[in-house]
Structures are given as structure tokens and as C-alpha cells.
Design a protein around this ligand. Structure first.
Ligand code: PEP
Ligand code: MN
Length: 272
């Protein structure tokens, strides 16, 4: 049966006040603020972790993204360093005061990952993994849900509803592009989703221009368009040597591009 917006827990009709995600140490994701989350598609090595953290610190960015469990189209592609990589990352991130955003792919990983993660990312391929969402509803950690590969805005909100109705209200919605007939870009970043999600829901909304367009040189423009569309944060991929990245190098910014983008995001946000 259809539940009207009024009764949906993620709906603005249910809760008018915007939800803030407090990660501790003064780090928040919230309405009226601009969260910047950056890092490689895949965590690759200790040295890479340290380089990215240094880059983020230099730019006063305090949230790092990276995958240790990677959903890859081919089973032969690099699938991540798993828990060893996460523990290594945690050691350096903790020392640097950086928060960890990383994808959880299945229910059995939640418990082992739990203490090392600040924000559990639900990837586009898992947006409608309702068992995973149910379990994430039972924990006291923030969850960032990406829009499904061909998911509608309504389906994203329903997925968030799964987590929220389980008792976990620390939710962030992410527009990362959808699959359309257009093949000139990897996905079609649907910036329409930002004002629509913000008007329908009290949850913070972030934009992922990296997966959204999939073309490195065009990521900054789309990030800034996301800021102007009203996003509460931008999550994008960065790496010291994108061409050597184990995954998604084609859409990953190098550190110079990344530093420039951070400056522009902050400038544009101030003017918003
Ligand atoms: C990622 O963030 O690297 C990723 C796999 O994203 P998505 O689930 O949006 O494809
Ligand atoms: Mn990626």
C-alpha cells in the first residue's frame, strides 16, 4: 500500500527541522553548511592513505572517502583491501582527526567494520538491498545512501525510510547520477534531485560529481553546479596520480585539481 508523504519518517512533513549529522570533534553534515568529502575510489596502500590525508589536511578537509570493499563490474578487477586496508586507514585517519566514509556491501561486514567507520556508504548497486538497509537501521553510525543505478528519487527516499524506520536517523542522501540513454557521460548527474530531495525530506543531500559524469576534467564544473543546486555537501574522488589509480582513475582529480576545486566550492558556497 502507498504511504503518503505525511507519514514518511524521512519526509519534511513528518519533521520540519533539518537533520544534522554530528560526527564528533566539531565535524557535521547539515543544512546550511558545505561538507567536503574526498579521497580515492579505492584504498590502495599505506603510502596512498598518508598522501591523501596530507592533501586533505592541507585543505582543511576533515572527511575522507575510500573503498575497501569495492563493487566492480568485473570479478577480475581490483576488489579492495578489505578489513586490513580499513584498519590501516583508521590508524592514520584517527591520528589526523579525519573521518572515514566507506562502502559496506553486505550485512556480515557491518559488525567487523563498525568501530573503524564514521559513515557507512550504501553504494548505488545496493540501494535496494533491503536486508542491508534494515541492519543499518539498527546501528548508531551515520549512513550515506547513494541513489540507485536507475533509481528514482522516490525509491531513494523509500530506501532511506528503511534505515530511518529501523531507528537510525543519521542519514545522508547522495545523488550520484543515474543510467539514462546518454552514453557521452558515465551517468547522468540529476541535479534536479537536489532541490526536490531537499523539499521533500529533512535529510542532508550531497552530490557525487565523480560518478555523476565520470570524466575527470568535467568533475569540478558539476561539483560547483551541485553547490548551486543547494547541496549540503560534495563527495568526489581524488588521488595523487589518478592515471595509476586501481579504480575510477578516469574520473579522479589529482591533488592540484582537488585543491582548486575545494577553494571554488567554498567561494561559491559563500555566495549561495
Ligand atoms: C564509489 O563511491 O566508489 C562507488 C562505487 O560509487 P557508486 O556506488 O555510486 O557507484
Ligand atoms: Mn568510484
Amino acid at each position: 500500500h502507498v504511504v503518503s508523504d505525511e507519514y514518511k519518517l524521512v519526509s519534511k512533513k513528518w519533521k520540519a527541522k533539518p537533520t544534522s549529522i554530528d560526527l564528533g570533534d566539531g565535524i557535521e553534515i547539515k543544512d546550511g553548511d558545505m561538507a567536503i568529502i574526498s579521497g580515492p575510489c579505492s584504498i590502495e596502500s599505506e603510502e596512498q592513505i598518508q598522501r591523501v590525508i596530507a592533501h586533505l589536511k592541507e585543505n582543511k578537509v576533515s572527511m575522507m572517502r575510500g573503498g575497501v570493499f569495492k563493487p566492480r563490474s568485473s570479478p577480475y578487477a581490483f576488489r579492495g583491501l578489505g578489513m586490513d586496508g580499513l584498519k590501516l586507514w583508521y590508524k592514520h585517519a584517527k591520528a589526523a582527526g579525519i573521518k572515514i566514509v566507506t562502502e559496506v556491501m553486505q550485512v556480515s561486514q557491518i559488525e567487523e567494520m563498525h568501530d573503524y567507520v564514521d559513515i557507512f556508504q550504501v553504494g548505488a548497486r545496493n540501494t535496494q538491498n533491503f536486508n542491508l538497509l534494515d541492519e543499518l537501521g539498527k546501528i548508531d553510525k551515520a549512513v550515506l545512501i547513494k541513489r540507485g543505478i536507475s533509481g528514482t528519487i522516490e525509491e531513494l527516499l523509500q530506501s532511506a525510510e528503511y534505515v530511518f524506520s529501523g531507528g537510525n536517523e543519521k542519514l545522508i542522501l547522495c545523488e550520484r547520477g543515474i543510467r539514462t540513454y546518454e552514453r557521452a557521460s558515465r551517468n547522468t548527474l540529476d541535479l534536479n534531485a537536489v532541490p526536490i530531495l531537499k523539499s521533500k525530506s529533512h535529510l542532508p543531500v550531497v552530490v557525487d560529481p565523480s560518478h555523476g559524469i565520470g570524466i575527470r576534467d568535467f568533475v569540478p564544473q558539476m561539483a560547483l553546479a551541485g553547490v548551486m543546486a543547494g547541496a549540503d555537501g560534495i563527495i568526489y574522488e581524488s588521488h595523487e596520480h589518478p592515471d595509476k589509480a586501481y579504480s575510477d582513475g578516469q574520473q579522479t582529480l589529482n591533488f592540484t585539481q582537488s585543491s582548486d576545486l575545494i577553494g571554488y566550492i567554498r567561494k561559491i558556497f559563500e555566495m549561495r
